[in-house]
Design a protein around this ligand. Structure first.
Ligand SMILES: Nc1ncnc2c1ncn2[C@@H]1O[C@H](COP(=O)(O)OP(=O)(O)OP(=O)(O)O)[C@@H](O)[C@H]1O
Length: 427
């Protein structure tokens, strides 16, 4: 569902035009089409690229003899089937066949005649499926190719806190956090609700533009330490295939630096401000500056010995919904806090924080998920006792995970340790 945006519409159109041209010229006896010429270089390369990506993934898993190679003076990995080699695919109940060929042709240039190799793929199918190939199969190939490219893209974790002398610059490392919605132990209903909301958000560009709203969504994750706020952020980024910008407010000197940082984020990103109550004085947004240091204006929270940011709450509010946040494509802004009650209402209102997600102590569903993920345990006699004790024990998923980690190879020991801890806590 995020795929269409990866392929420019013109390319899809060109692809369709290209194939319809070929298909229209079909003879009933001739059931092949070739991906060659007919298009200008740009479109031809794009179309070719989609087919290559698609065929590479198919053939790599289908046959070892089909391999990728990199011809010199090309940056691209080019797919190679052996000449005249082919493979079949069944799609929607009919068969198509892809094959790869090289044709030698003579080219004349200023009186010289050279022979050139021209490579092409042939897609063959029975002519009665012409329409289906055109309207279903080829769009499917483009879509699959986009999915493959999308999944192979490396994503990044950006931070503004890597000791850069330029306070408005982001540094990045590859984002490799393994958390996904499958590994996340939270109530299933909540998990599905979040996934649904994310999917809705991802596909609603037209809606946001139509009602004059910037295409962003704000989440507030709140709950005690160790309940999975950071893990949920990673799972969200992995789910959407977005980059993450981890914004450390205490490293930002003023509101204009904050604005610059926001402007240099890319679209399709999650911007995260963790423990917002600890890095920003959010108690009073009317109080813009306080006078200390011999009358010099000092922003809220910058007093000596205070680890608060110099950025004001209004700076953050502008950051969240100011005019300049309308730059570019979709952004998800996530704030986390252990104490929702410490936050100013201005920050919490819908439009700024559209969704408030409470991550709390572990319940029996989340407990079973962790037992399954860590110990591969489907069920256990002791689960009934655990279920009874959990509501009063107030144990976090992080604590349970830690106990499981201690006895990964001994399920009984792991369960006995965890029950002991839960008992202790419920007393
Ligand atoms: N809901 C969860 N599902 C799976 N693992 C979890 C969950 N919550 C916590 N964990 C485990 O505990 C560790 C700490 O969790 P995490 O950092 O996500 O919690 P947090 O709520 O962000 O904590 P803090 O408020 O201290 O930042 C994670 O690395 C993960 O292994």
């Amino acid at each position: 569902m995020f795929i269409r945006t990866l392929i420019p519409d013109e390319v899809i159109l060109a692809f369709k035009r290209f194939f319809s041209k070929l298909l229209l010229g079909f003879q009933a006896s001739n059931e092949t089409i070739t991906i060659e010429e007919y298009l200008d270089e740009y479109y031809k390369n794009e179309v070719y690229d989609s087919v290559l990506t698609y065929l590479s993934s198919k053939c790599l898993s289908a046959a070892h003899s089909l391999k990728l190679f990199k011809p010199h003076n090309s940056k691209k990995l080019i797919f190679s089937m052996n000449i005249d080699q082919d493979f079949d695919e069944i799609f929607d109940g009919f068969k198509v066949n892809w094959s790869y060929h090289i044709a030698k042709k003579k080219a004349s240039n200023r009186g010289f005649v050279r022979s050139e190799n021209s490579q092409y793929f042939v897609l063959s199918f029975h002519s009665k499926y012409k329409e289906k190939v055109h309207s279903l199969y080829l769009p499917y190939v483009i879509k699959q190719s986009a999915i493959i490219k999308f999944n192979n893209q490396e994503r990044k974790l950006f931070t503004n806190n890597m000791g850069n002398s330029d306070r408005t610059a982001w540094s990045s490392v590859p984002f490799t956090h393994p958390s996904t919605f499958d590994t996340l132990a939270i109530t299933p209903v909540l998990k599905e609700e979040i996934k649904r909301d994310l999917l809705e958000f991802a596909k609603q560009k037209e809606f946001y533009v139509g009602v004059g709203r910037t295409w962003k969504r704000g989440y507030l994750l709140y709950g005690p330490p160790g309940t999975g706020k950071t893990s949920l952020i990673a799972a969200i980024a992995n789910f959407l295939h977005f980059d993450i910008y981890d914004l450390e407010l205490t490293s930002v000197e003023n509101n204009s630096q904050l604005k610059k940082l926001l402007l240099s984020t890319s679209s399709k990103s999650v911007i995260v401000i963790e423990d917002v109550d600890c890095s920003l004085d959010l108690s009073d947004r009317n109080k813009k500056t306080s006078k200390v240091d011999g009358g010099k204006k000092t922003p809220i929270g910058s007093q000596k010995g205070n680890s608060m940011s110099n950025v004001s709450l209004s700076g953050v509010l502008n950051f969240v919904d100011g005019l300049w946040s309308s730059c570019g494509g979709e952004r998800l802004i996530i704030f986390t806090t252990n104490y929702k009650e410490h936050l100013d209402k201005a920050l919490l209102r819908p439009g700024r924080m559209d969704k408030h997600i409470n991550l709390s102590y572990i319940d029996i569903h989340a407990f079973k998920m962790l037992a399954n993920n860590y110990l591969h345990l489907e069920d256990h006699d002791i689960m009934k006792d655990v279920e009874k004790m959990l509501p009063i024990a107030k144990v976090t998923p992080a604590e349970v995970a830690e106990i499981f980690m201690g006895s990964l190879n001994d399920v009984e020991m792991a369960m006995s340790n965890v029950v002991q801890e839960i008992k202790k806590r419920s007393e």
